[in-house]
Design a protein around this ligand. Structure first.
Ligand code: G1P
Length: 290
C-alpha cells in the first residue's frame, strides 16, 4: 500500500460557539499559548509524514492560508533589522510541505467540505484532521502516536482508520459515537494505540441511543473510495451532509477500523474548553521558557 502524504483540514465552519472572538478572526487562528490553534494541527500532520495539506475554507478564512505562507515584506524588514533568528522561526514550514486552500462553496456540512477537496486530492488516499481538536503536543510524541499509528495501520491492512476516545456520558451528544463489531478485540488502554473493527457510527446520539462512549475525535485516514460515498450521501442530522454517514457506507462495503487515542485532546472549538486549553498551553510554554 502506498504511503499517505495528503491531508484535508476543513476550516469552513463559522465558529458560532466561539463568538464574539470568531466574528472577524477565524476560530482556527485563535491562540493556544503563543501559536494559533491550527499551527499545532498542521505540525501534527507533518510529524506523521504528511506533505500536502489542503485547507477547505471560504472567503473569510484566507488569513489561515496567509499564516502558512511567507510574508516577504515582514521577512525583509526583520532581516534588515538584524532579527534573522525571529525571521527564521516564522519560516518553520518544511520546504517539501505544501499548504493549499480550496473553497467549499455552499456550507452543506463536514462531509461536503471533505468532498470539496477532491479536485486537489485526486486519486490519493488521505488523512482528515478536524482543527477544533488539538492533541496535546507536550506529552505526546506526534511522530509516532495517533495519526502516525493510523497511517501505519492503513498501510498494513488497507482499512480506513478513525481515531476514537472515551467521553463522559454527558458529552456523547456532541460527537459521532462508534458501534463496535461483535468480534472486535477491543484493548482500550490509555497509553497505547489499539486498532479494531467497527460496525458503524451514530452522529450526535442522545445518551440512550449511544451505542458506546467511544467518540470520534477528529482524526481520520481514508481510502480514496470515501469520495464516492460522500458524493452519494444525502443530508441527515442537522440538515448536513455528514462524514459519519459516508463512513457507514464504507464500512458496509470494505470494513473500517477505529484506533483508540493515546494522550489528551483539547476542544478548541467550544469557548469553555478553549479557555482551559489556552491556560494549559500557555502554562506549558511559560515553563519551557524558564
Ligand atoms: C464533527 C463530526 C463528529 C466528531 C466531531 C469531533 O462534529 O461530525 O462525528 O465527533 O466533529 O470534534 P462537529 O463538532 O463538527 O459538529
Amino acid at each position: 500500500m502506498k504511503k499517505i502524504t495528503h491531508a484535508v483540514i476543513p476550516v469552513a465552519g463559522f465558529g458560532t460557539r466561539m463568538l464574539p472572538l470568531s466574528k472577524s478572526v477565524p476560530k482556527e487562528l485563535l491562540p493556544l499559548g503563543n501559536r494559533p490553534a491550527i499551527h499545532y494541527v498542521v505540525e501534527e500532520a507533518i510529524a506523521a509524514g504528511i506533505k500536502h495539506i489542503v485547507l477547505v475554507g471560504h472567503a473569510q478564512k484566507s488569513a489561515i492560508e496567509n499564516y502558512f505562507d511567507i510574508n516577504a515584506e515582514l521577512d525583509h524588514q526583520l532581516r534588515h533589522k538584524g532579527k534573522d533568528e525571529l525571521a527564521d522561526s516564522l519560516n518553520w514550514l518544511p520546504e517539501d510541505v505544501t499548504v493549499s486552500m480550496i473553497r467549499q462553496g455552499k456550507a452543506l456540512g463536514l462531509g461536503h467540505a471533505v468532498l470539496a477537496a477532491r479536485p486537489i486530492i485526486g486519486e490519493h488516499d488521505f488523512a482528515v484532521l478536524l482543527p477544533d481538536v488539538v492533541l496535546d503536543p507536550f506529552t505526546t510524541d506526534m511522530a509516532v502516536d495517533n495519526l502516525a499509528f493510523m497511517l501505519d495501520a492503513f498501510a498494513t491492512d488497507g482499512h480506513s482508520q478513525i481515531l476514537v476516545d472515551n467521553v463522559a456520558d454527558e458529552d456523547v451528544h456532541k460527537y459521532g459515537i462508534a458501534k463496535l463489531s461483535e468480534n472486535s478485540d477491543m484493548n482500550d488502554q490509555a497509553d497505547v494505540n489499539a486498532s479494531f473493527s467497527v460496525a458503524g457510527f451514530v452522529e450526535k446520539p442522545s445518551l440512550v441511543e449511544a451505542p458506546s462512549n467511544l467518540a470520534v475525535v477528529g482524526r481520520y485516514v481514508f481510502s480514496n473510495q470515501i469520495f464516492d460515498y460522500l458524493a452519494n450521501t444525502q443530508a441527515s442530522v442537522g440538515g448536513e451532509i455528514q462524514l459519519t454517514d459516508a463512513i457507514d457506507a464504507l464500512i458496509n462495503e470494505y470494513g473500517v477500523n477505529v484506533t483508540t487515542m493515546r494522550g489528551a485532546s483539547y476542544d478548541a472549538g467550544d469557548m469553555r474548553s478553549y479557555m482551559q486549553a489556552f491556560i494549559y498551553f500557555a502554562e506549558q510554554q511559560l515553563a519551557d521558557d524558564k
